[in-house]
Design a protein around this ligand. Structure first.
Ligand code: CAA
Length: 304
């Protein structure tokens, strides 16, 4: 028997590439009203412009009628800086998709635990940070994490890891924290399915399954470039044509964002203390130079 996700309204926190994509598939595929929140008005404008562009493309390609696109767009509402998290207080689930920073995420989850209903699911789209650490923050002030109230509050936290570009990639990786309840896990799984995604599950280990396997691969490609073993083009072409990867690893690193790749690799390295996860010096230097890849025009390639 399929389990109902019970999400009547969704909140999405962060209107970057991931948050916008999550908001779009939720409104279009799961057909739930979505409140998209970001502190930056520019980011919200950019996010909505991307949604409009993707919906218009689907209409042009005959995959959606004008009416279906309009219905999906009408399900999307924005919540600005003035309202803040209070604007999300009535949602049944929130998906946080802000940048990969533990302190930032812990602060957000502390506030979400205080603002949202006690039965609302608190999901994070983190790529590698421990869901257990994030869940430990989702406890109201003055309540012990080991008390019944603290355990109940943390039990609604779950990892819901989407892939970029969200409307295209077919997977959601679900990660349960030590504290996550079976009910939270099942509802999160049902919601990801309603968004049209296949679901895999992983234990809460650094990088989960996806990035524990992907990041050493990307890092090894960067080290091959650093050592002058092959050009950027030859490294990427080898993997694209030799192994049928849609993008070579250096193109993929630019696509994910070099700052994000470095943050994930640092989490993997710190979390395992295994030298196989040590980020390459070249990646560190490129991030020092603020070359973040496709998002700001310069990475291993140039994006004019
Ligand atoms: N947002 C939405 N849709 C996008 C998009 C974006 N940013 N970029 C491309 N697309 C869509 C295109 O509009 C196009 O859609 P239609 O078929 O409807 O026309 C489709 O994707 C194919 O695009 P293109 O024909 O332009 O180019 P392509 O065939 O080279 O595909 C790609 C582009 C889908 C991005 C493909 O190169 C690919 O699959 N790359 C690998 C992506 C990947 O591995 N993502 C996971 C990264 S890891 C991650 O996200 C998680 C993490 O934790 C780091």
């Amino acid at each position: 028997m399929s389990i109902a996700h019970g999400i009547r309204t969704l909140g999405v926190l962060g209107a970057g590439q991931m948050g916008t994509g999550i908001a779009l598939v939720s409104a279009l595929r799961a057909k739930v009203p979505v409140l998209l929140h970001d502190r930056s008005p520019e980011q919200l404008t950019k996010g909505l412009a991307l949604v409009d562009k993707l919906l218009a493309k689907d209409v042009n390609k005959g995959r959606l009628t004008n009416e279906q696109a309009k219905e999906a767009r009408d399900r999307l509402m924005i919540v600005g800086k003035e309202e803040g998290l209070k604007g999300l207080r009535d949602v049944d689930m929130v998906v946080e998709a802000v940048s990969e920073n533990l302190t930032l995420k812990r602060n957000i989850f502390k506030n979400l635990a205080a603002e949202l209903r006690p039965d609302a699911i608190l999901a994070t789209n983190t790529s590698s940070i421990s869901i257990t650490k994030i869940a430990a923050a989702a406890v109201p002030d003055g309540v012990s994490a080991a008390s019944e109230e603290g355990k109940k509050s943390a039990s609604r936290v779950v990892g819901l890891h989407f892939f970029n570009p969200v409307p295209v990639m077919k997977l959601v990786e679900i990660i349960s924290a030590l504290q996550t309840s079976e009910e939270t896990l099942n509802r999160a799984r049902a919601f990801a399915s309603a968004c049209g995604k296949e679901v895999t599950t992983s234990k809460d280990v650094p990088g989960f399954v996806s990035n524990a396997l992907l990041m050493p691969f990307i890092n090894e490609a960067i080290m091959h470039l650093e050592k002058g073993i092959a050009t950027r083009e030859d490294i990427d072409t080898t993997l694209k044509l030799g192994m049928n990867h849609p993008m070579g690893p250096l193109q993929l690193a630019d696509f994910i964002g070099l700052d994000t790749c470095l943050a994930i690799q640092q989490t993997l390295y710190e979390g395992t203390r295994d030298s196989k996860y040590r980020p390459s010096v070249l990646l560190e230097r490129m991030v020092d130079a603020q070359w973040y890849g496709r998002k700001n025009g310069k990475g291993f390639y140039e994006y004019p």
